[in-house]
Write a new protein. Structure first.
Lengths: 291, 307
Protein backbone atom coordinates (compact mmCIF):
# COMPACT_ATOMS: atom_id res chain seq x y z
CA UNK A 1 0.00 0.00 0.00
CA UNK A 2 1.35 3.35 -1.02
CA UNK A 3 1.81 5.91 1.71
CA UNK A 4 -0.46 8.89 2.19
CA UNK A 5 0.14 11.76 -0.20
CA UNK A 6 -0.51 15.39 0.67
CA UNK A 7 -1.49 16.65 -2.77
CA UNK A 8 0.10 19.76 -4.19
CA UNK A 9 -1.69 22.76 -2.71
CA UNK A 10 -2.38 21.16 0.67
CA UNK A 11 -1.68 23.60 3.50
CA UNK A 12 1.63 22.84 5.25
CA UNK A 13 0.11 21.92 8.61
CA UNK A 14 2.42 20.96 11.51
CA UNK A 15 1.11 17.38 11.46
CA UNK A 16 1.96 17.05 7.77
CA UNK A 17 5.44 18.41 8.35
CA UNK A 18 6.01 16.04 11.25
CA UNK A 19 4.68 13.14 9.22
CA UNK A 20 6.99 13.84 6.26
CA UNK A 21 9.96 14.47 8.57
CA UNK A 22 9.41 11.11 10.21
CA UNK A 23 9.14 9.37 6.86
CA UNK A 24 12.45 10.78 5.74
CA UNK A 25 14.06 8.89 8.64
CA UNK A 26 12.08 5.73 7.89
CA UNK A 27 13.36 5.96 4.33
CA UNK A 28 16.90 6.30 5.62
CA UNK A 29 16.40 3.05 7.51
CA UNK A 30 15.19 1.40 4.32
CA UNK A 31 18.22 2.67 2.39
CA UNK A 32 20.56 1.56 5.16
CA UNK A 33 19.10 -1.95 4.94
CA UNK A 34 19.46 -2.05 1.16
CA UNK A 35 23.08 -1.00 1.24
CA UNK A 36 23.95 -3.18 4.21
CA UNK A 37 22.29 -6.29 2.77
CA UNK A 38 24.19 -6.06 -0.49
CA UNK A 39 27.34 -4.47 0.92
CA UNK A 40 27.33 -1.94 -1.86
CA UNK A 41 25.78 1.48 -2.47
CA UNK A 42 26.02 5.14 -1.55
CA UNK A 43 24.66 6.18 1.84
CA UNK A 44 26.04 9.68 2.38
CA UNK A 45 24.41 11.38 -0.58
CA UNK A 46 21.21 9.36 -0.18
CA UNK A 47 20.81 10.49 3.43
CA UNK A 48 21.46 14.12 2.54
CA UNK A 49 18.60 14.20 0.04
CA UNK A 50 16.01 12.34 2.17
CA UNK A 51 13.86 15.32 3.14
CA UNK A 52 14.11 16.92 -0.30
CA UNK A 53 12.87 13.80 -2.09
CA UNK A 54 10.21 13.10 0.52
CA UNK A 55 8.82 16.64 0.25
CA UNK A 56 8.75 16.40 -3.52
CA UNK A 57 7.20 12.96 -3.92
CA UNK A 58 4.64 13.14 -1.11
CA UNK A 59 3.49 16.69 -1.65
CA UNK A 60 4.88 18.94 -4.30
CA UNK A 61 5.22 16.87 -7.46
CA UNK A 62 2.22 16.32 -9.69
CA UNK A 63 2.86 12.75 -10.76
CA UNK A 64 0.67 9.69 -11.14
CA UNK A 65 2.13 6.31 -10.25
CA UNK A 66 -0.73 4.58 -12.05
CA UNK A 67 0.30 6.36 -15.22
CA UNK A 68 4.01 7.07 -14.85
CA UNK A 69 4.24 8.44 -18.39
CA UNK A 70 1.29 10.85 -18.10
CA UNK A 71 2.46 13.60 -20.44
CA UNK A 72 1.70 16.55 -18.15
CA UNK A 73 3.44 15.11 -15.10
CA UNK A 74 6.12 17.12 -13.36
CA UNK A 75 9.58 15.82 -14.21
CA UNK A 76 12.17 14.98 -11.60
CA UNK A 77 15.71 14.72 -12.93
CA UNK A 78 17.84 13.05 -10.30
CA UNK A 79 21.23 13.96 -11.63
CA UNK A 80 23.34 12.67 -8.72
CA UNK A 81 22.41 9.14 -9.75
CA UNK A 82 24.76 7.36 -7.36
CA UNK A 83 22.45 8.29 -4.46
CA UNK A 84 19.48 6.55 -6.12
CA UNK A 85 18.69 4.20 -3.22
CA UNK A 86 16.71 7.08 -1.65
CA UNK A 87 14.97 7.85 -4.93
CA UNK A 88 13.98 4.18 -5.34
CA UNK A 89 12.63 4.16 -1.80
CA UNK A 90 10.47 7.23 -2.41
CA UNK A 91 9.22 5.89 -5.75
CA UNK A 92 8.27 2.55 -4.19
CA UNK A 93 6.52 4.15 -1.24
CA UNK A 94 4.72 6.50 -3.60
CA UNK A 95 3.38 3.46 -5.45
CA UNK A 96 5.42 3.41 -8.65
CA UNK A 97 6.50 -0.18 -8.06
CA UNK A 98 6.25 -2.82 -5.32
CA UNK A 99 8.10 -2.06 -2.10
CA UNK A 100 9.43 -5.64 -2.27
CA UNK A 101 11.67 -4.62 -5.15
CA UNK A 102 13.72 -2.44 -2.81
CA UNK A 103 15.61 -5.29 -1.24
CA UNK A 104 16.72 -6.49 -4.70
CA UNK A 105 18.82 -3.32 -5.06
CA UNK A 106 21.85 -4.05 -7.28
CA UNK A 107 21.09 -7.79 -7.42
CA UNK A 108 21.39 -9.84 -10.60
CA UNK A 109 18.62 -8.88 -13.02
CA UNK A 110 17.12 -6.42 -10.53
CA UNK A 111 14.90 -3.54 -11.64
CA UNK A 112 16.94 -1.38 -9.28
CA UNK A 113 20.39 -0.95 -10.68
CA UNK A 114 23.29 0.88 -9.04
CA UNK A 115 22.41 3.90 -11.16
CA UNK A 116 18.87 4.69 -12.26
CA UNK A 117 17.60 3.95 -15.76
CA UNK A 118 14.18 4.69 -17.14
CA UNK A 119 14.13 1.42 -19.09
CA UNK A 120 14.39 -0.52 -15.84
CA UNK A 121 12.44 1.37 -13.20
CA UNK A 122 9.00 3.02 -13.38
CA UNK A 123 9.12 6.66 -12.34
CA UNK A 124 12.70 7.30 -13.39
CA UNK A 125 12.84 10.11 -15.94
CA UNK A 126 16.44 10.04 -17.07
CA UNK A 127 19.43 7.78 -16.59
CA UNK A 128 22.15 9.19 -14.39
CA UNK A 129 25.58 8.00 -13.37
CA UNK A 130 28.12 10.14 -15.13
CA UNK A 131 27.65 13.36 -13.22
CA UNK A 132 26.69 16.66 -14.80
CA UNK A 133 24.05 15.63 -17.33
CA UNK A 134 20.92 16.59 -15.42
CA UNK A 135 20.76 20.34 -15.75
CA UNK A 136 20.94 20.52 -19.54
CA UNK A 137 18.43 17.67 -19.84
CA UNK A 138 16.17 19.49 -17.38
CA UNK A 139 16.48 22.70 -19.40
CA UNK A 140 15.50 20.77 -22.52
CA UNK A 141 12.45 19.35 -20.77
CA UNK A 142 11.49 22.79 -19.46
CA UNK A 143 11.80 24.32 -22.89
CA UNK A 144 9.68 21.52 -24.38
CA UNK A 145 7.05 22.06 -21.66
CA UNK A 146 6.87 25.74 -22.48
CA UNK A 147 6.57 25.07 -26.22
CA UNK A 148 3.79 22.58 -25.46
CA UNK A 149 2.08 25.26 -23.31
CA UNK A 150 2.05 22.70 -20.51
CA UNK A 151 2.03 23.63 -16.81
CA UNK A 152 4.38 20.78 -15.98
CA UNK A 153 7.45 21.74 -13.97
CA UNK A 154 10.94 20.33 -14.05
CA UNK A 155 13.00 19.69 -10.91
CA UNK A 156 16.68 18.82 -11.17
CA UNK A 157 18.52 17.59 -8.10
CA UNK A 158 22.26 18.19 -8.33
CA UNK A 159 25.16 17.36 -6.04
CA UNK A 160 27.65 19.99 -4.95
CA UNK A 161 30.55 17.93 -6.27
CA UNK A 162 28.61 17.43 -9.45
CA UNK A 163 28.62 21.16 -10.15
CA UNK A 164 32.38 20.93 -10.69
CA UNK A 165 31.43 19.81 -14.19
CA UNK A 166 31.56 22.52 -16.81
CA UNK A 167 28.38 21.34 -18.51
CA UNK A 168 26.40 22.33 -15.41
CA UNK A 169 27.34 25.93 -16.03
CA UNK A 170 26.51 25.59 -19.71
CA UNK A 171 23.04 24.46 -18.63
CA UNK A 172 22.86 27.37 -16.21
CA UNK A 173 23.53 29.80 -19.04
CA UNK A 174 20.96 28.33 -21.38
CA UNK A 175 18.23 28.14 -18.73
CA UNK A 176 18.73 31.84 -18.02
CA UNK A 177 18.82 32.67 -21.71
CA UNK A 178 15.39 31.13 -22.19
CA UNK A 179 14.11 32.46 -18.84
CA UNK A 180 13.01 28.97 -17.90
CA UNK A 181 10.94 29.70 -14.81
CA UNK A 182 9.46 26.20 -15.04
CA UNK A 183 12.90 24.77 -14.25
CA UNK A 184 13.91 24.50 -10.61
CA UNK A 185 17.24 23.17 -9.42
CA UNK A 186 17.67 21.83 -5.93
CA UNK A 187 21.32 21.78 -5.02
CA UNK A 188 22.13 19.20 -2.36
CA UNK A 189 24.76 21.38 -0.76
CA UNK A 190 26.28 18.91 1.67
CA UNK A 191 29.86 20.15 1.43
CA UNK A 192 31.36 16.75 0.68
CA UNK A 193 32.15 14.92 -2.52
CA UNK A 194 33.86 11.59 -3.22
CA UNK A 195 37.42 12.27 -2.10
CA UNK A 196 36.93 14.99 0.49
CA UNK A 197 35.14 18.21 1.36
CA UNK A 198 34.23 20.58 -1.45
CA UNK A 199 36.41 23.17 0.25
CA UNK A 200 39.41 20.92 -0.30
CA UNK A 201 38.55 19.25 -3.59
CA UNK A 202 36.94 22.14 -5.47
CA UNK A 203 35.71 25.22 -3.63
CA UNK A 204 32.38 26.55 -4.89
CA UNK A 205 31.72 29.52 -2.63
CA UNK A 206 30.23 32.06 -2.90
CA UNK A 207 27.60 29.74 -4.28
CA UNK A 208 24.55 32.01 -4.24
CA UNK A 209 26.45 34.84 -5.92
CA UNK A 210 27.61 32.52 -8.68
CA UNK A 211 24.10 31.48 -9.60
CA UNK A 212 22.78 35.01 -9.28
CA UNK A 213 25.50 36.18 -11.63
CA UNK A 214 24.31 33.50 -14.06
CA UNK A 215 20.83 35.01 -14.00
CA UNK A 216 19.10 32.67 -11.59
CA UNK A 217 16.76 33.40 -8.70
CA UNK A 218 18.43 31.91 -5.61
CA UNK A 219 16.76 30.65 -2.44
CA UNK A 220 18.88 29.36 0.43
CA UNK A 221 17.37 26.94 2.92
CA UNK A 222 18.17 24.36 5.53
CA UNK A 223 17.80 21.18 3.48
CA UNK A 224 16.70 18.87 6.29
CA UNK A 225 13.91 21.16 7.43
CA UNK A 226 10.76 19.94 5.68
CA UNK A 227 8.84 23.17 6.33
CA UNK A 228 11.58 25.24 4.71
CA UNK A 229 11.75 22.87 1.74
CA UNK A 230 7.99 23.02 1.18
CA UNK A 231 7.92 26.80 1.44
CA UNK A 232 10.86 27.17 -0.91
CA UNK A 233 9.21 24.92 -3.48
CA UNK A 234 6.04 27.02 -3.30
CA UNK A 235 8.06 30.22 -3.51
CA UNK A 236 9.83 28.90 -6.60
CA UNK A 237 6.46 28.57 -8.31
CA UNK A 238 5.87 32.30 -7.78
CA UNK A 239 9.04 33.37 -9.59
CA UNK A 240 8.58 34.43 -13.19
CA UNK A 241 11.07 35.08 -15.94
CA UNK A 242 14.01 33.29 -14.31
CA UNK A 243 15.04 29.77 -13.44
CA UNK A 244 15.19 29.11 -9.70
CA UNK A 245 17.83 27.32 -7.67
CA UNK A 246 17.16 26.23 -4.12
CA UNK A 247 20.51 25.89 -2.39
CA UNK A 248 19.65 23.30 0.26
CA UNK A 249 22.27 23.26 2.99
CA UNK A 250 22.43 19.62 3.97
CA UNK A 251 24.71 17.22 5.80
CA UNK A 252 26.20 14.27 3.98
CA UNK A 253 25.28 11.13 5.92
CA UNK A 254 22.60 13.06 7.84
CA UNK A 255 21.03 11.12 10.70
CA UNK A 256 23.93 8.87 11.64
CA UNK A 257 26.44 10.74 13.77
CA UNK A 258 29.51 8.83 12.67
CA UNK A 259 28.63 9.11 8.99
CA UNK A 260 27.96 12.82 8.96
CA UNK A 261 30.40 14.98 6.99
CA UNK A 262 32.80 12.09 6.40
CA UNK A 263 33.58 11.25 2.77
CA UNK A 264 34.36 7.68 3.81
CA UNK A 265 30.59 7.19 3.82
CA UNK A 266 30.18 8.45 0.27
CA UNK A 267 30.29 4.94 -1.12
CA UNK A 268 31.28 2.53 1.63
CA UNK A 269 28.83 0.00 3.10
CA UNK A 270 28.62 -0.48 6.88
CA UNK A 271 29.73 -3.62 8.69
CA UNK A 272 27.39 -5.29 11.16
CA UNK A 273 28.40 -3.20 14.15
CA UNK A 274 28.14 0.02 12.19
CA UNK A 275 24.84 -1.11 10.77
CA UNK A 276 23.37 -1.72 14.23
CA UNK A 277 24.65 1.59 15.54
CA UNK A 278 23.26 3.46 12.52
CA UNK A 279 19.94 1.67 12.78
CA UNK A 280 19.67 2.63 16.46
CA UNK A 281 20.25 6.30 15.75
CA UNK A 282 17.77 6.39 12.89
CA UNK A 283 15.12 4.56 14.93
CA UNK A 284 15.53 7.11 17.68
CA UNK A 285 14.98 9.90 15.17
CA UNK A 286 11.83 8.20 13.88
CA UNK A 287 10.57 7.94 17.45
CA UNK A 288 11.34 11.61 18.07
CA UNK A 289 9.19 12.62 15.11
CA UNK A 290 6.40 10.32 16.24
CA UNK A 291 5.89 12.32 19.41
CA UNK B 1 45.64 -4.15 -11.23
CA UNK B 2 44.70 -0.88 -9.56
CA UNK B 3 47.10 -1.52 -6.70
CA UNK B 4 49.89 -2.69 -9.00
CA UNK B 5 49.49 0.52 -10.99
CA UNK B 6 49.45 2.99 -8.13
CA UNK B 7 52.35 1.31 -6.27
CA UNK B 8 54.48 1.39 -9.37
CA UNK B 9 53.55 4.97 -10.19
CA UNK B 10 54.36 6.04 -6.64
CA UNK B 11 57.83 4.42 -6.84
CA UNK B 12 58.55 6.09 -10.15
CA UNK B 13 57.21 9.46 -9.06
CA UNK B 14 59.41 9.45 -5.97
CA UNK B 15 62.40 9.36 -8.27
CA UNK B 16 61.10 11.63 -11.03
CA UNK B 17 59.43 14.85 -9.97
CA UNK B 18 58.09 15.42 -13.46
CA UNK B 19 55.56 12.65 -12.89
CA UNK B 20 52.25 14.21 -11.89
CA UNK B 21 48.94 12.57 -11.07
CA UNK B 22 45.72 14.43 -11.89
CA UNK B 23 42.53 12.81 -10.62
CA UNK B 24 38.87 13.66 -11.14
CA UNK B 25 37.52 13.36 -7.58
CA UNK B 26 38.29 9.65 -7.62
CA UNK B 27 40.75 7.22 -6.11
CA UNK B 28 39.55 7.43 -2.50
CA UNK B 29 41.81 5.09 -0.53
CA UNK B 30 43.85 4.32 -3.66
CA UNK B 31 45.79 7.51 -4.28
CA UNK B 32 45.95 8.62 -0.63
CA UNK B 33 49.64 7.84 -0.14
CA UNK B 34 50.62 9.52 -3.39
CA UNK B 35 48.58 12.58 -2.46
CA UNK B 36 50.04 12.85 1.02
CA UNK B 37 53.68 12.12 0.29
CA UNK B 38 53.99 13.80 -3.10
CA UNK B 39 51.63 16.77 -2.75
CA UNK B 40 53.48 18.82 -5.35
CA UNK B 41 52.93 16.08 -7.91
CA UNK B 42 49.23 15.66 -7.23
CA UNK B 43 46.17 17.59 -8.42
CA UNK B 44 42.50 16.88 -7.76
CA UNK B 45 40.61 18.51 -10.64
CA UNK B 46 37.18 17.77 -9.17
CA UNK B 47 34.30 15.97 -10.86
CA UNK B 48 35.34 17.54 -14.14
CA UNK B 49 37.07 15.31 -16.64
CA UNK B 50 37.49 17.98 -19.29
CA UNK B 51 39.18 20.13 -16.71
CA UNK B 52 41.35 17.20 -15.61
CA UNK B 53 42.42 16.48 -19.17
CA UNK B 54 43.03 20.10 -20.10
CA UNK B 55 45.14 20.62 -16.99
CA UNK B 56 47.12 17.51 -17.87
CA UNK B 57 47.72 18.74 -21.41
CA UNK B 58 48.91 22.12 -20.17
CA UNK B 59 51.27 20.60 -17.65
CA UNK B 60 52.60 18.07 -20.15
CA UNK B 61 53.25 20.84 -22.67
CA UNK B 62 55.28 22.46 -19.89
CA UNK B 63 57.56 19.48 -19.39
CA UNK B 64 55.67 17.18 -17.03
CA UNK B 65 54.76 13.53 -17.45
CA UNK B 66 51.11 13.60 -16.47
CA UNK B 67 48.75 10.78 -15.54
CA UNK B 68 45.02 11.42 -15.58
CA UNK B 69 43.06 8.99 -13.45
CA UNK B 70 39.40 8.09 -13.22
CA UNK B 71 37.13 5.07 -13.50
CA UNK B 72 35.45 3.24 -16.37
CA UNK B 73 34.87 5.55 -19.35
CA UNK B 74 35.00 8.83 -17.44
CA UNK B 75 38.60 9.69 -18.38
CA UNK B 76 37.81 9.04 -22.06
CA UNK B 77 34.36 10.08 -23.14
CA UNK B 78 33.50 13.55 -21.93
CA UNK B 79 37.04 14.78 -22.44
CA UNK B 80 37.61 13.12 -25.79
CA UNK B 81 38.07 16.37 -27.63
CA UNK B 82 40.76 17.45 -25.18
CA UNK B 83 42.46 14.09 -25.65
CA UNK B 84 42.42 14.36 -29.42
CA UNK B 85 43.35 17.99 -29.90
CA UNK B 86 45.23 19.05 -26.80
CA UNK B 87 47.08 15.81 -26.15
CA UNK B 88 47.39 13.66 -29.25
CA UNK B 89 47.83 16.37 -31.83
CA UNK B 90 50.74 17.77 -29.83
CA UNK B 91 52.04 14.37 -28.89
CA UNK B 92 51.85 15.62 -25.30
CA UNK B 93 53.17 13.31 -22.62
CA UNK B 94 49.87 12.41 -20.98
CA UNK B 95 48.94 8.92 -19.82
CA UNK B 96 45.22 8.36 -19.43
CA UNK B 97 44.38 5.75 -16.82
CA UNK B 98 40.96 4.11 -16.58
CA UNK B 99 40.36 1.81 -13.66
CA UNK B 100 37.60 -0.75 -14.12
CA UNK B 101 37.68 -1.27 -17.88
CA UNK B 102 35.04 -3.46 -19.50
CA UNK B 103 32.21 -4.40 -17.18
CA UNK B 104 34.20 -4.32 -13.94
CA UNK B 105 31.67 -1.90 -12.44
CA UNK B 106 28.96 -4.47 -13.17
CA UNK B 107 25.80 -3.49 -11.34
CA UNK B 108 26.56 0.22 -11.54
CA UNK B 109 25.13 -0.11 -15.03
CA UNK B 110 25.83 0.66 -18.66
CA UNK B 111 26.94 4.21 -17.86
CA UNK B 112 29.82 2.68 -15.91
CA UNK B 113 30.81 0.05 -18.50
CA UNK B 114 33.82 0.95 -20.63
CA UNK B 115 33.06 -1.16 -23.67
CA UNK B 116 34.01 1.05 -26.61
CA UNK B 117 37.10 2.69 -25.14
CA UNK B 118 39.69 0.61 -26.99
CA UNK B 119 38.11 1.37 -30.35
CA UNK B 120 37.78 5.07 -29.63
CA UNK B 121 41.29 5.50 -28.33
CA UNK B 122 42.78 3.32 -31.05
CA UNK B 123 41.40 5.66 -33.68
CA UNK B 124 43.54 8.54 -32.44
CA UNK B 125 46.88 9.27 -34.11
CA UNK B 126 49.88 9.16 -31.75
CA UNK B 127 47.97 7.21 -29.11
CA UNK B 128 49.35 3.99 -27.61
CA UNK B 129 46.61 1.76 -26.25
CA UNK B 130 47.43 -0.71 -23.49
CA UNK B 131 45.04 -3.07 -21.70
CA UNK B 132 47.01 -5.32 -19.35
CA UNK B 133 45.82 -8.82 -18.63
CA UNK B 134 47.05 -9.27 -15.07
CA UNK B 135 48.68 -7.31 -12.22
CA UNK B 136 52.19 -8.19 -13.44
CA UNK B 137 51.44 -6.71 -16.84
CA UNK B 138 49.82 -3.71 -15.16
CA UNK B 139 53.01 -3.07 -13.21
CA UNK B 140 55.25 -3.46 -16.24
CA UNK B 141 52.90 -1.44 -18.43
CA UNK B 142 53.00 1.44 -15.96
CA UNK B 143 56.79 1.52 -16.23
CA UNK B 144 56.63 1.20 -19.99
CA UNK B 145 54.22 4.09 -20.53
CA UNK B 146 56.38 6.37 -18.41
CA UNK B 147 59.41 5.41 -20.49
CA UNK B 148 57.47 5.99 -23.72
CA UNK B 149 57.28 9.66 -24.68
CA UNK B 150 53.80 10.53 -25.92
CA UNK B 151 50.13 9.85 -25.23
CA UNK B 152 49.12 6.48 -23.83
CA UNK B 153 45.86 4.98 -22.71
CA UNK B 154 46.13 2.47 -19.89
CA UNK B 155 42.96 0.47 -19.38
CA UNK B 156 43.11 -1.42 -16.11
CA UNK B 157 40.89 -3.89 -14.33
CA UNK B 158 39.72 -3.08 -10.87
CA UNK B 159 40.95 -5.36 -8.12
CA UNK B 160 41.49 -9.02 -7.38
CA UNK B 161 42.65 -10.23 -10.80
CA UNK B 162 44.71 -13.43 -10.77
CA UNK B 163 48.45 -13.25 -11.41
CA UNK B 164 49.17 -15.07 -14.66
CA UNK B 165 52.81 -14.28 -15.41
CA UNK B 166 56.13 -14.58 -13.62
CA UNK B 167 57.34 -11.17 -12.39
CA UNK B 168 60.30 -11.55 -14.74
CA UNK B 169 58.19 -11.93 -17.88
CA UNK B 170 59.56 -9.95 -20.81
CA UNK B 171 57.28 -6.99 -21.41
CA UNK B 172 57.48 -4.51 -24.24
CA UNK B 173 54.81 -2.17 -25.56
CA UNK B 174 53.59 -3.45 -28.90
CA UNK B 175 54.92 -6.94 -28.35
CA UNK B 176 52.53 -9.77 -27.51
CA UNK B 177 53.44 -12.25 -24.81
CA UNK B 178 53.10 -15.86 -25.86
CA UNK B 179 51.50 -17.32 -22.75
CA UNK B 180 50.98 -20.81 -24.21
CA UNK B 181 52.52 -22.62 -27.18
CA UNK B 182 50.18 -24.29 -29.64
CA UNK B 183 49.86 -25.08 -33.30
CA UNK B 184 46.19 -25.85 -33.91
CA UNK B 185 44.57 -22.51 -33.27
CA UNK B 186 45.40 -19.18 -31.62
CA UNK B 187 43.54 -17.30 -28.91
CA UNK B 188 44.48 -13.63 -28.58
CA UNK B 189 43.27 -11.95 -25.40
CA UNK B 190 43.43 -8.45 -24.01
CA UNK B 191 42.23 -6.42 -21.04
CA UNK B 192 41.89 -9.07 -18.35
CA UNK B 193 40.52 -11.95 -20.42
CA UNK B 194 43.84 -13.82 -20.70
CA UNK B 195 42.88 -15.85 -17.65
CA UNK B 196 39.76 -17.17 -19.36
CA UNK B 197 41.70 -17.78 -22.57
CA UNK B 198 44.22 -19.90 -20.69
CA UNK B 199 41.47 -21.92 -19.03
CA UNK B 200 39.84 -22.47 -22.40
CA UNK B 201 43.19 -23.64 -23.77
CA UNK B 202 43.45 -26.15 -20.91
CA UNK B 203 40.06 -27.58 -21.74
CA UNK B 204 40.89 -27.74 -25.44
CA UNK B 205 44.18 -29.49 -24.65
CA UNK B 206 42.21 -32.29 -23.01
CA UNK B 207 40.42 -32.71 -26.31
CA UNK B 208 43.71 -32.86 -28.16
CA UNK B 209 43.51 -29.35 -29.52
CA UNK B 210 46.64 -27.31 -28.93
CA UNK B 211 45.76 -23.64 -28.63
CA UNK B 212 48.42 -20.98 -28.78
CA UNK B 213 47.54 -18.17 -26.39
CA UNK B 214 48.78 -14.61 -26.86
CA UNK B 215 48.46 -11.79 -24.39
CA UNK B 216 47.90 -8.78 -26.61
CA UNK B 217 48.29 -6.22 -23.84
CA UNK B 218 49.05 -3.53 -26.39
CA UNK B 219 46.16 -3.04 -28.78
CA UNK B 220 47.95 -0.19 -30.55
CA UNK B 221 50.51 -0.50 -31.99
CA UNK B 222 49.41 -4.04 -32.68
CA UNK B 223 52.02 -6.78 -32.70
CA UNK B 224 51.52 -7.55 -36.39
CA UNK B 225 54.33 -10.09 -36.52
CA UNK B 226 52.74 -12.19 -33.77
CA UNK B 227 49.35 -12.11 -35.48
CA UNK B 228 50.76 -12.98 -38.90
CA UNK B 229 52.82 -15.80 -37.44
CA UNK B 230 49.67 -17.16 -35.85
CA UNK B 231 47.88 -16.90 -39.18
CA UNK B 232 50.61 -18.87 -40.90
CA UNK B 233 51.32 -21.44 -38.23
CA UNK B 234 47.83 -22.17 -36.89
CA UNK B 235 44.54 -22.64 -38.70
CA UNK B 236 42.29 -20.26 -36.75
CA UNK B 237 42.54 -17.00 -34.81
CA UNK B 238 40.03 -15.95 -32.19
CA UNK B 239 40.29 -12.61 -30.43
CA UNK B 240 38.86 -12.27 -26.92
CA UNK B 241 38.06 -8.94 -25.28
CA UNK B 242 35.62 -7.42 -22.79
CA UNK B 243 34.72 -4.76 -25.32
CA UNK B 244 32.48 -4.29 -28.32
CA UNK B 245 33.42 -6.42 -31.32
CA UNK B 246 33.47 -3.13 -33.20
CA UNK B 247 36.90 -1.63 -33.51
CA UNK B 248 38.81 -3.02 -30.56
CA UNK B 249 41.33 -5.86 -30.55
CA UNK B 250 39.16 -7.93 -32.89
CA UNK B 251 38.80 -5.03 -35.25
CA UNK B 252 42.53 -4.36 -35.26
CA UNK B 253 43.39 -7.99 -35.98
CA UNK B 254 40.71 -8.22 -38.69
CA UNK B 255 42.08 -5.14 -40.44
CA UNK B 256 45.56 -6.57 -40.41
CA UNK B 257 44.51 -10.00 -41.68
CA UNK B 258 42.40 -8.64 -44.52
CA UNK B 259 45.28 -6.62 -45.88
CA UNK B 260 47.98 -9.24 -45.57
CA UNK B 261 48.77 -12.03 -47.98
CA UNK B 262 48.38 -14.94 -45.62
CA UNK B 263 46.50 -18.06 -46.63
CA UNK B 264 42.89 -18.18 -45.47
CA UNK B 265 42.80 -18.50 -41.73
CA UNK B 266 39.55 -18.92 -39.87
CA UNK B 267 38.84 -15.84 -37.80
CA UNK B 268 36.34 -14.83 -35.12
CA UNK B 269 35.98 -11.83 -32.83
CA UNK B 270 34.76 -12.81 -29.39
CA UNK B 271 33.48 -9.78 -27.52
CA UNK B 272 30.31 -7.86 -26.84
CA UNK B 273 27.84 -7.74 -29.70
CA UNK B 274 27.03 -4.27 -31.02
CA UNK B 275 24.49 -3.63 -28.24
CA UNK B 276 24.47 -2.16 -24.74
CA UNK B 277 25.35 -4.52 -21.89
CA UNK B 278 22.21 -3.53 -20.03
CA UNK B 279 21.67 -6.57 -17.84
CA UNK B 280 22.02 -5.80 -14.12
CA UNK B 281 24.68 -7.84 -12.35
CA UNK B 282 28.29 -8.11 -11.30
CA UNK B 283 31.16 -8.59 -13.72
CA UNK B 284 31.27 -12.36 -13.38
CA UNK B 285 27.55 -12.65 -14.06
CA UNK B 286 27.70 -10.24 -16.99
CA UNK B 287 30.58 -12.17 -18.52
CA UNK B 288 28.45 -15.30 -18.41
CA UNK B 289 25.42 -13.51 -19.89
CA UNK B 290 27.47 -12.09 -22.74
CA UNK B 291 29.51 -15.20 -23.50
CA UNK B 292 32.84 -14.05 -22.13
CA UNK B 293 33.19 -16.60 -19.36
CA UNK B 294 35.10 -19.83 -20.02
CA UNK B 295 31.97 -21.73 -21.05
CA UNK B 296 30.82 -18.97 -23.38
CA UNK B 297 34.18 -18.60 -25.08
CA UNK B 298 34.40 -22.36 -25.51
CA UNK B 299 30.91 -22.42 -27.00
CA UNK B 300 31.82 -19.80 -29.58
CA UNK B 301 35.03 -21.61 -30.48
CA UNK B 302 33.18 -24.89 -30.96
CA UNK B 303 30.51 -23.23 -33.09
CA UNK B 304 33.03 -21.34 -35.19
CA UNK B 305 35.30 -24.25 -35.84
CA UNK B 306 32.61 -26.95 -35.79
CA UNK B 307 34.60 -29.02 -33.33
C1 LIG C 1 31.51 12.19 -14.80
C2 LIG C 1 31.70 11.50 -13.51
N1 LIG C 1 32.91 11.54 -12.93
C3 LIG C 1 33.12 10.89 -11.77
C4 LIG C 1 32.12 10.18 -11.18
C5 LIG C 1 32.37 9.40 -9.91
N2 LIG C 1 31.62 9.97 -8.78
C6 LIG C 1 30.46 9.42 -8.35
S1 LIG C 1 29.78 10.29 -7.10
C7 LIG C 1 31.05 11.40 -7.08
C8 LIG C 1 31.05 12.54 -6.12
C9 LIG C 1 29.80 13.32 -6.18
O1 LIG C 1 29.74 14.28 -5.18
P1 LIG C 1 28.43 15.13 -4.94
O2 LIG C 1 27.95 15.64 -6.26
O3 LIG C 1 28.74 16.13 -3.92
O4 LIG C 1 27.38 14.05 -4.47
P2 LIG C 1 26.79 13.79 -3.00
O5 LIG C 1 27.65 14.46 -2.01
O6 LIG C 1 25.42 14.36 -3.01
O7 LIG C 1 26.78 12.30 -2.84
C10 LIG C 1 31.99 11.07 -8.06
C11 LIG C 1 33.22 11.81 -8.31
C12 LIG C 1 30.88 10.15 -11.84
N3 LIG C 1 29.85 9.45 -11.35
N4 LIG C 1 30.70 10.82 -12.99
MG1 LIG D 1 28.17 16.53 -2.03
Amino acid sequence: MAMRVYPYGTKHAPEMIADLSRRAYEFRIQVLQMVYAHQTGHLGGAFSSAEILTALYFHHLRVNPADPNWHDRDRLVFSKGHACAMLYTCLAQRGFFPVEWLMTFRELNSHLQGHPERQKTPGIEVPAGPLGHGLAIGAGMALAARLAKSKRRVYAILGDGEINAGVIWEGALVAAKFQLDNLKVILDYNGVQQTGTTTKVMPTEPIADKWRAFGWHVVEIHGHNVAEILDALDHADEIHGKPVIIVARTTKGKGVSFMENDHYWHGSPPNEKQFQAALGELQEAVARWQN
Amino acid sequence: MRTAFIETLFELAQRDERITLVVGDLGFGVVTRFMQELPKQFVNAGVAEQNMTGLAAGMALSGKIVFTYSIANFPVLRCFEQIRNDICYHNADVKIVAVGGGMAYGSLGVTHHATEDLAIMRALPNMTVVAPNDPIEARLATRAVVAHAGPCYLRLGRAGEAILHKPTVAFQLGKAIRAREGSTLTLIATGGLLQNALQVADILAHKGIQARVLSMHTVKPLDCAAVLAAAQETSAILTIEEHSVVGGLGGAVAELLMESDVPAVKFKRIGLKDAFSSTTGDQEYLRSVYGLDVAGILRTIEETLAI
